[in-house]
Design a binder for this molecule. Structure first.
Ligand code: NAP
Length: 493
C-alpha cells in the first residue's frame, strides 16, 4: 500500500455481492473494511429464501465465484442449502467473517464533509470514505392484493418468509404465483400434498432443462482436475446460450428469440397431453417477456392426479381457502404466496443523502436507476453491485457482480492513488446514458407486452438493455470522461 491513500470502506449487505466486494477489497490491500448486515447470518437471498424446491436455475459451476470453484456441488442445478453453505464457506476461508457486523440494518446513509456516515437501526454510526451498496434486489416480499387474506384459518406464508415447521405432507396446499418461485414450489410439493392447487393469474412459458446429480466419481475428478470444472463453467454451449439469449432480448425479432420461443412452445405441446390443460397453461404473451422460468419437470408435475391448475380469477380468501369469481371454493390448509417482490426498493426504506442533502428517494421518484447500474451523480464514492437496472439476461448474478467489480475497482483506484477525493458519474453523462438506456430498454423483449417485476411503473424494463458482450466491455473499460472527480478538504467524521 506504499504511496496509496488508506481508505475506509463500508459494504452494505453480506450476500453474494457483498462478500465478493469484501474479498476483492482485501485482496487489493485495503485493510479497513466493515460490512453491515441486517440479519444474523450471511447469504442474502439464499438466507431469506428457504422454501421447498428452491434451486438456482443457473448451472452450479457457473453460479460460483471465479476464484473459488467448488468441486462439491451435488447437482447441475444446486439446491439452496448447499449454495448457502458455499457462501458461508467462502466467507470463512477468505477471512470475511470478522469484517461483518451482524444485526446492523442500515437506516440512513449520508454524505457529509467528504465522507459517508451510515446509521443503523441499533443507533450506531459507521463512517467511511466509500460505500459499496450490495443490499440486494428481491428482498422486500410482495403480498398479493387479495381480499380476505387475513381471514384464512390455515397457514398463509410468503415464499421468502417460509416457516419450516409448517406441515406439508398430506395437506391441501394452494400456491399463488407462477414465476420461478411458484413453479419450483409446485414441483416440490406435487407428490407431498393431498391436493395442490396452482393459482395462475398469468401462466408462464417454461424453458425445459435437464438437471443431473453429479456422482462421487465426478466430484473426485473435479477435485483432482479443476480444468473439468472450467469445462462446465466455460462450456461453449452454455456461454453460447448466454450470448444468444442476450442477443434475443435486445432484438425480439431475431432468430435467437424465435428459437427460444420454439423451445418453450414445443415443451408445452409435447409434454402436456390433455388439450384443455395445455390451453390453460399457454401464456398470452411472448416467451422471455417475463423473466423466463426454467424447469426440468413442471409440466410433468402438474399432470399428477393431486395437482389442479386454476387459471380463473380469485374473488377472495375465506377461512376455508380460496373462493374464485365463478363461485368455486378451493379448501386449503396451507397457502403459499409466491407473489414476488417489490423489485424497485433496493436499499430503501433506508434513506440515502448525497452531496448537499440530495435524497435518493427524490432521485428515484420516477424509477430506480444508476449509470451502468453502478454510480449516480451527487452520490460520490457510492457504488452499487447488482443494483438498479443490473440484470443481464437471466444469467449468473455472480458473473454480473464480478464484472461490475472491475468497474468499481477502477473508480476506487482513482481515489486511492490520490487523483481525487470524490468520484461519481457526472450529471451530463448520467442524463445521456439514461436516455440511451431507456430507448434501448423499450425495444427489448421485456417490453413486448406483459407484466413483470422487470418493469418500472412506466413500463420500462429495469434491466441491462444491450448485449452481454457490450456489458462485459463496458465493465472492463470505464469511460473515465463520464466521471466527475473532485478534491475535497477532508474533515474527520
Ligand atoms: P415473480 O416472478 O414476480 O412472480 C410473481 C407471481 O405472483 C406472478 O405469477 C404473478 O402473477 C403472481 N401474483 C402476484 N400478485 C398476485 C395476485 N394478487 N393474484 C394472483 N397472482 C399474483 O416472483 P418470483 O416467482 O418470486 O420470482 C422473482 C424472481 O426471483 C425471478 O424472476 C428470478 O429472477 C428470481 N428467482 C430465481 C430463482 C432461480 O432459480 N434462480 C428461483 C426463484 C426466484 P402475474 O404474472 O399475473 O403478475
Amino acid at each position: 500500500m506504499t504511496g496509496r491513500r488508506k481508505m475506509r470502506f463500508l459494504v452494505v449487505g453480506a450476500g453474494m455481492s457483498g462478500i465478493l466486494a469484501a474479498i476483492r477489497l482485501r485482496e487489493a490491500g485495503h485493510e479497513d473494511v466493515t460490512m453491515l448486515e441486517k440479519a444474523d447470518r450471511l447469504g442474502g437471498t439464499w438466507r431469506e429464501n428457504r422454501y421447498p424446491g428452491l434451486t438456482c436455475d443457473v448451472p452450479a459451476h457457473a453460479y460460483t465465484y471465479s476464484f473459488a470453484p467448488n468441486a462439491e456441488w451435488s447437482r447441475f442445478f444446486a439446491g439452496a442449502d448447499e449454495i448457502r453453505a458455499y457462501f458461508e464457506r467462502v466467507a470463512r476461508d477468505r477471512d470475511v467473517m470478522p469484517l461483518i457486523r451482524f444485526n446492523r440494518e442500515v437506516t440512513d446513509l449520508s454524505f457529509r464533509q467528504g465522507g459517508w456516515i451510515a446509521t443503523t437501526a441499533t443507533g450506531e454510526r459507521f463512517s467511511a470514505d466509500a460505500v459499496i451498496l450490495a443490499s440486494g434486489v428481491l428482498h422486500h416480499p410482495k403480498a398479493p392484493d387479495i381480499k380476505g387474506l387475513d381471514s384464512f384459518a390455515g397457514k398463509a406464508m410468503h415464499s421468502a418468509r417460509w416457516e419450516d415447521e409448517v406441515a406439508l405432507d398430506g395437506q391441501r396446499i394452494g400456491v399463488i404465483g407462477c414465476g420461478s418461485t411458484g413453479v419450483q414450489l409446485v414441483c416440490a410439493l406435487a407428490d407431498r400434498a393431498a391436493r395442490l392447487v396452482h393459482f395462475q393469474r398469468s401462466p408462464q412459458w417454461i424453458m425445459p432443462v435437464i438437471d443431473l446429480a453429479y456422482t462421487d466419481e465426478e466430484r473426485e475428478a473435479f477435485r483432482r482436475d479443476p480444468a473439468l470444472i472450467d469445462a462446465i463453467r466455460y462450456d461453449s454451449e452454455y456461454l453460447g446460450n448466454v450470448q444468444r439469449f442476450t442477443m434475443g432480448i435486445v432484438d425480439p425479432d431475431s432468430d435467437a428469440m424465435h428459437a427460444i420461443e420454439d423451445l418453450c412452445r414445443q415443451n408445452l405441446e409435447q409434454t402436456v397431453a390433455d388439450p384443455v390443460l395445455r390451453e390453460k397453461l399457454r401464456p398470452s404473451y411472448r416467451a422471455a417477456c417475463k423473466r423466463l422460468v426454467y424447469s426440468p419437470d413442471y409440466y410433468e408435475r402438474v399432470q399428477r392426479p393431486a395437482v389442479h391448475v386454476e387459471t380463473g380469477a380469485i374473488e377472495r380468501v375465506v377461512p376455508e381457502g380460496v373462493r374464485m369469481r365463478d363461485g368455486t371454493l378451493h379448501e386449503l390448509d396451507v397457502l403459499a404466496l409466491a407473489t414476488g417482490f417489490h423489485a424497485d426498493r433496493f436499499i430503501r426504506p433506508a434513506t440515502v443523502h448525497g452531496r448537499n442533502g440530495v435524497a435518493l428517494d427524490d432521485i428515484w421518484a420516477k424509477r430506480a436507476t444508476a449509470y451502468l447500474a453502478i454510480t449516480l451523480p451527487d452520490f460520490p464514492n457510492l457504488f452499487f453491485l447488482n443494483g438498479p437496472t443490473a440484470p443481464v439476461g437471466n444469467f449468473s448474478l455472480i458473473d454480473v457482480a464480478e464484472r461490475q467489480w472491475q468497474f468499481v475497482e477502477r473508480l476506487i483506484g482513482e481515489i486511492s492513488n490520490g487523483s481525487c477525493d470524490e468520484i461519481c458519474v457526472s450529471a451530463e453523462a448520467m442524463a445521456a446514458y439514461e436516455a440511451r438506456r431507456i430507448a434501448a430498454a423499450k425495444g427489448t423483449i421485456f417490453a413486448s407486452g406483459c407484466s413483470s417485476w422487470y418493469l418500472d411503473r412506466e413500463g420500462v424494463p429495469m434491466t441491462w438493455p444491450w448485449s452481454y458482450q457490450a456489458f462485459a466491455e463496458a465493465m472492463a473499460s470505464p469511460v473515465m470522461e463520464d466521471m466527475e472527480r473532485r478534491n475535497s478538504k477532508r474533515v474527520a467524521v
